[in-house]
Design a protein around this ligand. Structure first.
Ligand code: IPE
Ligand code: IPE
Ligand code: MG
Length: 253
């Protein structure tokens, strides 16, 4: 099968990204194009999440971060927001056994306090339950916004370092700052994918993607298949990450 061949090639090729982050966009337009309601697009989007989680685990990705709901998404009509929150709770309940079987560890980033109580509690339960799993780590970005994240980090840092002397402040590096982000302990993404043809970041992981490879694909999220993930990974494998150095330098490393 074409799919299996792509998967084998992806695994064999060197340098599978250890962390893939995805801006899962286009659910509403997918539904509209089919004459359906927006919520049906979101529901179908959950199926794409299942496929991509499986594909990521199979090719050896270690971290998969999924932008599921942004801070700005709170500004959507109330019924869409409630539907999305309900969908998350349903997905947690229906997918728990599957996640345990795949040994997936679930984490969440974002302003989780703002989630409705049921969603927050179900999410906390899933995180606890899957904590010791040793497979793919799935990081759900919920009520997430990068500027919010950086600002809350700066505020907490100001409290902790408010009375620090100049030498201590001087020694404070990027690594120390990153510990105040909600992604503390999670490596930066190697590859960032956005679906639906939009070429923007929409307030996602602005600090963390400083050196990520960006990949934009026209498909709407509900149409995203396992092979689309393999293709994105293969595209990543053809790139040369230079981190500010010259091509010659990175080749001899
Ligand atoms: C992505 O799809 C899902 C969320 C943002 C929650 P959209 O709902 O943004 O779909 P479009 O962009 O309107 O098509
Ligand atoms: C980004 O998509 C957020 C998620 C995918 C959860 P949006 O659809 O909210 O982004 P904009 O508003 O088009 O930039
Ligand atoms: Mg959108």
């Amino acid at each position: 099968m074409e799919n299996d061949k792509l998967k084998r090639e992806t695994i064999v090729a060197r340098g599978v990204p250890s962390h893939v982050a995805i801006i899962m966009d286009g659910n509403g337009r997918w539904a509209k194009a089919k004459g359906l309601e927006r919520w049906q697009g979101h529901k179908e989007g959950v199926e794409a999440v299942r496929r991509v989680m499986e594909a990521s685990g199979e090719v050896g990705v270690k971290y998969l971060t999924l932008y599921a709901f942004s801070i700005e998404n709170w500004n959507r009509p109330g019924d869409e927001v409630s539907m999305l929150m309900g969908l998350m709770v349903d997905a947690i309940l229906s997918e728990t056994a599957n996640l345990m079987r795949q040994r997936v560890r679930v984490k969440a980033i974002g302003n989780l306090q703002d989630l409705p109580v049921e969603a927050r509690e179900k999410l906390a339960g899933l995180i606890r339950l899957t904590e010791a799993n040793d497979g793919l780590t799935v990081v759900l970005a919920l009520s997430y916004g990068s500027r919010w994240e950086i600002l809350q980090a700066a505020k907490r840092l100001a409290v902790d370092y408010g009375t620090a002397d100049a030498a201590t402040l001087d020694a404070l590096g990027e690594g120390e700052f990153a510990r105040y982000l909600t992604t503390a302990g999670i490596p930066d993404p190697d590859l960032l994918i956005r679906t639906s043809g939009e070429c923007r970041l929409s307030n996602f992981l602005l600090w963390q993607i400083a050196y990520s490879e960006l990949y934009f694909v026209g498909k709407f999220w509900p149409d995203f298949q396992k092979e689309d993930l393999y293709l994105a990974v293969q595209n990543f494998q053809q790139r040369e990450r230079r981190f500010g150095m010259t091509g010659e330098q990175v080749k001899i490393k």
